[in-house]
Ligand binder design. Structure first.
Ligand code: ADP
Ligand code: ADP
Length: 227
C-alpha cells in the first residue's frame, strides 16, 4: 500500500528574473513501512521537498497524497488538522517549546487538536524513548540527544501515517546520532512506522531501505538497498 504519492511536484520561489526553481517535476511513491532517505548536496531542494511532504508550504504545482488524501486540496484549517494527525515532523534543532515540560511538549499536538492522550500510549512511547524519568523536566535541562528523543515522542503521539525527519542528527555528536538513528529504525522496523529522513550524510543513507538522490531539484537516482 502506498502511504505517500508525489505527483509532478514543482516549487518556484520568487518571481521573474530572480525566480528559483527549487523542485522540478518530482514524482515518487512511498510504501507503508518503508524507510526512505532523501539525500543531496546543500541547495539541491531537500528542505523544500520536506516542506511540501509535511504540509508546511504549498507547492507551485503538482500533488501530494498522504493516505490517499490530496493534502493541498484542503484549506488551511483542514490542512493544519490533517498535518497534526497524519505527519510527525522531526527537526534538526528539535523545535521544542522551552517553557513546557517533556510531557507537555510530547502531548502538545494532541492538545492543539482537542484529542485525548491515552496514558498507556504516552507511557509506552516515553519508556521506549528512555524518557520516563524526565517527564517533568524542561528542554534546557536535557542533553541534545534527549531533546531529540522528546521531539520523536511528539511526532509519534498522534500515530501519524508518516514520520518526516529533517537532518535529525545534524546537531548531535556521533554517539547521540547513532542512538537517535537506532530509535528511528526501531519504530520503523518493529512498529512499521513509515519514515523519511532528509540528510546529506552518506552513513545515514546506508541504513535506509531506499535512497532517493536529488540534485538541482530533480531526482537523479532512486535506489533500493533493502527490498
Ligand atoms: P537543501 O535543503 O537541499 O539545502 P533547499 O530546499 O533549502 O535545499 O533549497 C533549494 C533551492 O531553493 C536553493 O537554491 C535555495 O536557495 C532556494 N530556496 C529555498 N528556500 C527559499 C526561499 N524561501 N526563498 C527563495 N529561495 C529559496
Ligand atoms: P498551530 O497550528 O497552532 O500554529 P502547530 O501545528 O504549528 O500549531 O504546532 C505548534 C508546535 O507543535 C510547533 O512547534 C510544531 O513544531 C509542533 N508540532 C505540531 N504538530 C506536530 C507534529 N505532528 N510533529 C511534530 N511537531 C509538531
Amino acid at each position: 500500500m502506498n502511504i505517500l504519492q508525489i505527483e509532478n511536484l514543482s516549487k518556484v520561489y520568487g518571481k521573474g528574473e530572480t525566480a528559483v526553481k527549487a523542485l522540478d517535476n518530482v514524482s515518487f511513491t512511498v510504501k507503508q513501512g518503508e524507510f526512505v532517505v532523501i539525500i543531496g548536496p546543500s541547495g539541491s531542494g531537500k528542505s523544500t521537498l520536506l516542506h511540501m511532504l509535511g504540509g508546511v508550504d504549498r507547492p507551485s504545482s503538482g500533488r501530494v497524497l498522504v493516505n490517499d488524501t490530496d493534502m493541498y486540496s484542503l484549506n488551511e484549517t483542514q490542512l493544519a488538522i490533517f498535518r497534526r494527525r497524519q505527519i510527525g515532523l522531526i527537526y534538526q534543532f528539535y523545535n521544542l517549546i522551552p517553557i513546557l515540560s517533556v510531557e507537555e511538549n510530547i502531548t502538545l499536538p494532541m492538545l492543539l487538536d482537542k484529542q485525548k492522550v491515552d496514558p498507556k500510549q504516552l507511557n509506552d512511547i516515553t519508556t521506549k524513548l528512555g524518557l520516563s524519568e524526565r517527564l517533568g523536566h524542561l528542554p534546557n535541562q536535557l542533553s541534545g540527544g534527549q531533546q531529540q528523543r522528546v521531539s520523536i515522542g511528539r511526532a509519534l503521539i498522534s500515530n501519524p501515517a508518516l514520520m518526516l525527519a529533517d537532518e535529525p542528527t545534524g546537531n548531535l555528536d556521533s554517539k547521540n546520532s547513532e542512538e537517535i538513528m537506532e530509535l528511528l529504525k526501531m519504530f520503523n522496523k518493529t512498529y512499521k512506522q513509515t519514515l523519511i529522513v532528509i540528510t546529506h550524510d552518506e552513513r545515514i543513507a546506508m541504513q535506509a531501505d531506499r535512497v532517493i538522490s536529488i540534485e538541482d531539484g530533480k531526482i537523479s537516482k532512486d535506489e533500493v538497498l533493502r527490498p
